[in-house]
Design a protein around this ligand. Structure first.
Ligand code: SF4
Ligand code: SF4
Length: 257
């Protein structure tokens, strides 16, 4: 679904008013357990890929070859990797098994958010959020569930770091959308490498001597190059600044030397 289609889809869903509660619980005890983990169009954000790759311990090349179908946003040209469902009956998610999700601790943000949809928009005061309920006929999670607000659900599902990272990416996409033109092919390719392939981005930093061209202190350099979860977060943060700098010639978080 492109951005307009996804916005239109959300607008037709029931919206949760601020502070309003909904009832939902999901777990192995529900009769529909695992039924929603198949035949999905599941977009992966840079932070989703960061978490999944860490969990699987795979290189970005292996990850993309095995688990991703690549698309792009038509209006901005930014990459839109989709989690590749398995071929065959029912097209299950590659990570679903009889006992549930094998990457549960690092499952994508969309899986955590469900059955809510989050509409986020940047305005003068920061990020403006709206929440919608996705109620599908096969899903029994609404039958008997804990009452929670959207915020409580997001905390329960560990969504805070996902939303923070995704909102930063949304800012970059919004800046490009505001130009009215999609990224040039060269920049679109660069954005795959920098935002989704942090192992290759580190190689690029070394080969292009990027740190000698921008103002990054030594502590941040060390954090970016560290091969760990924290290092990946620092590298993604830097990648977002770097992409803004090379697309627009300036960036809020990074200055040329
Ligand atoms: S990643 Fe996990 S939770 Fe998400 S669809 Fe696949 S099996 Fe289900
Ligand atoms: S309750 Fe809904 S979210 Fe949970 S397994 Fe069933 S269909 Fe999936």
């Amino acid at each position: 679904m492109d951005n307009d289609a996804s916005r239109e889809f959300m607008e037709n869903l029931p919206e949760l008013a601020p502070g309003e509660k909904f009832c939902f619980d999901c777990g192995p005890e529900v009769p529909c357990f695992n039924r929603c983990c198949a035949e999905l169009t599941l977009p992966l954000t840079p932070y989703d890929v960061l978490r999944l790759r860490r969990q699987l311990g795979s290189s970005s090349d292996d990850f993309f070859q095995t688990f991703v179908r690549m698309r792009s946003f038509p209006d901005t040209g930014f990459p839109l990797p989709l989690l590749r469902m398995l071929d065959g009956p029912g097209e299950p998610c590659p990570f679903v098994g009889p006992v549930g999700c094998s990457v549960y601790e690092d499952r994508p943000g969309a899986c955590r958010c469900y059955p809510l949809g989050r509409g986020a928009r940047l305005d003068g005061d920061g990020v403006n959020e709206r929440f919608f309920i996705v109620r599908e006929p096969h899903c029994c999670g609404f039958d008997e569930g804990t009452e929670r607000t959207a915020q409580e659900w997001f905390e329960n599902q560990g969504l805070t770091p996902y939303n923070q990272a995704n909102d930063r990416y949304m800012r970059l996409i919004s800046l490009v959308r505001a130009t009215g033109k999609p990224l040039e092919a060269r920049m679109a390719t660069m954005s795959v490498l920098c935002l989704y392939q942090l192992d290759k981005f580190r190689e690029l930093i070394t080969n292009m001597r990027i740190f000698s061209r921008v103002d990054v202190d030594e502590a941040r350099q060390a954090a970016i190059m560290e091969d760990s979860y924290e290092g990946d977060c620092a590298a993604l943060d830097f990648a977002l600044d770097w992409m803004e700098l090379i697309i627009f010639g300036e960036s809020q978080g990074l200055k040329r030397k």
